[in-house]
Design a protein around this ligand. Structure first.
Ligand code: C5P
Length: 478
């Protein structure tokens, strides 16, 4: 899989991409994805795009989250209804996030929404006409509100005010937004945003219950600070990326062979502090663990990714718990248990410093005695999980070795109580540590399978296929 990080492109390529994107009315991410999906790579010299790539992972510059090239709502149509609330500004970001995932976005704005954001900015971001009037002669000559409702794969109301919730739950249709909602028999996602007192008002509680009972999906509201000074509580609209993930889940029609299974994946290195500014670390990039977590999530598993410090964006659609040290990773894994599958990809530091200092350790001029660090062994998380009484059904470890790969991996399989070990040679000349490719051997009680050099994403998909076969076979055995 080819990966491109727009912000890492050289200046000229970036400029060429920016100009192309502007000419075609796309965002840069969208333009790059379209080019690469058409089997091209970026070449600023002649502004032609040549080469061959399978797929693309574009990093969204603003949201710090990887844009999933397999986003399930890609190519679908979302009708976004924006109501009047201070959170309306977040809907602009929501439109951008959906557009860069190649979702077609049509927008209805209520009158009140126009007090907070303008149809001009909404139209520019969504690249389409913004609807507002129920009795617009042009739009309604073919009963536009019914068409808007029917042509959408999903209607999203964000922000949804207490007022629109009251209207939908009572079947009132006195403007375009409420008429579209009443005319829809499809899926609707509601993202409420209002003052906590309004959210907790018994009338709003009743309306929310009615809507859920009628099959509407509600996301949020979240707790936190309100726009009003010194107000806090539950009432903040769900963040745009949370809504994007939920839209993906609702519109996902892919097969989900691991649906209902809970997985814990560890990834990345750990940092063991020496003092507040120094630590012991290793060269693990976290790429393999992140790729495995994403592939498991795409197969329908509920994934907790426990990640050491890495320079990677959080994959969409899973729960990422960030930790620093081995001890923190151990605690995060324990609190994520029980699980059906545990995959320990992290390069956990074997030792931690037990005499770490609270203040930065200073050099002592003239002293001949260098600082000495006292080390203690870290908890072996894989071994702990492999020997649990209520052990996960499938426990998979990794064995990064620089010599005697198979011999060491076999010993590890037994000692740690793992079902499978994915072993690889990480000698510097292989370029595996930190690189995009991997060459692994899969060890289990069935023997040793040798896999060819593959991109880390492909290793992940192949491993997930193995896991799927394992669980299918387990079902047949029963
Ligand atoms: O013992 P070694 O570090 O070589 O074992 C590698 C495997 O054990 C990996 O799956 C790694 O994630 C896991 N491990 C662990 N806790 C440790 C050390 C390693 O879970 N303290």
């Amino acid at each position: 899989m080819a990966t491109i990080t727009v912000r890492n492109l050289d200046g000229k390529t970036k400029q060429a991409l920016r100009e192309r994107a502007a000419r075609n009315g796309h965002s840069m991410e969208e333009e790059a994805r379209l080019l690469l999906n058409a089997g091209s790579i970026l070449d600023h010299e002649n502004q032609t795009f040549s080469g061959s790539v399978d797929a693309l992972k574009v990093v969204d510059e603003a949201s710090n989250v990887s844009v999933d090239p397999n986003y399930p709502a890609r190519g679908k149509t979302v009708l976004l209804i924006i109501c009047g609330g201070i959170a309306a500004y977040k809907s602009l970001d929501l439109i951008r996030r959906l557009k860069e995932r190649c979702v077609k976005v049509r927008v209805v704005m209520t009158h009140a929404a126009g007090e907070f954001i303008t149809p001009l900015s909404v139209g520019a971001l969504s690249h389409s006409k913004v609807y507002g009037e129920l009795f617009n002669r042009e739009d309604e000559q073919d009963i536009g509100h019914i068409r808007l409702a029917r042509e959408a794969d999903l209607i999203v109301v964000a922000p949804a005010t207490a007022n629109i919730m009251a209207k939908i739950s009572h079947g009132i249709a006195d403007d375009l937004a409420s008429a579209v909602l009443l005319a829809s028999n499809g899926k609707v996602l509601i993202a409420p945003a209002m003052n906590p007192v309004m959210w907790n008002n018994p009338a709003t509680r009743r309306n929310a219950d009615t809507l859920e009972g009628d099959g509407f999906r509600i996301i949020g509201p979240n707790s936190g600070e309100m726009a009003e000074q010194s107000e806090a509580g539950r009432g903040r609209m769900a963040e745009p990326m949370e809504i994007v993930s939920e839209i993906g889940r609702i519109l996902d029609t892919r097969a989900k062979p691991l649906l209902g299974l809970k997985v814990i994946v560890t990834a990345g290195p750990t940092h063991e502090p020496i003092d507040p500014v120094r630590y012991i670390a290793n060269r693990s990039s976290g790429k393999q663990g992140y790729a495995i977590a994403s592939a498991l999530s795409a197969a329908g598993a509920q994934v907790n990714l426990v990640s050491g410090p890495v320079n990677l964006n959080e994959p969409e659609g899973l729960n990422c718990i960030r930790v620093e040290s081995a001890e923190e990773m151990f605690q995060a894994v324990k609190s994520s248990l029980p699980a059906d599958i545990v995959i320990m990809v992290a390069a956990v530091a074997d030792w931690r410093v037990i005499n770490s200092a609270d203040e930065k350790i200073k050099k002592k001029p003239g002293s001949r005695n260098p600082v000495s660090l006292k080390l203690a062994e870290n908890p072996d998380i894989l071994k702990f999980v492999g020997h649990l009484d209520q052990r996960p059904e499938l426990v998979i470890g990794f064995a990064a070795e620089t010599q005697n790969v198979i011999k060491n991996a076999k010993a590890k399989l037994k000692r740690k109580g793992a079902d499978w070990i994915v072993a690889n040679d990480v000698s510097p000349e292989t370029g595996i540590m930190g690189g995009d490719n991997n060459k692994v051997k899969l060890l289990s009680s069935d023997g040793v399978e040798q896999w060819p050099v593959l991109a880390k994403d492909q290793v992940a998909r192949r491993l997930v296929e193995k896991i799927i076969s394992y669980f299918e076979a387990a079902v047949i055995d029963v």
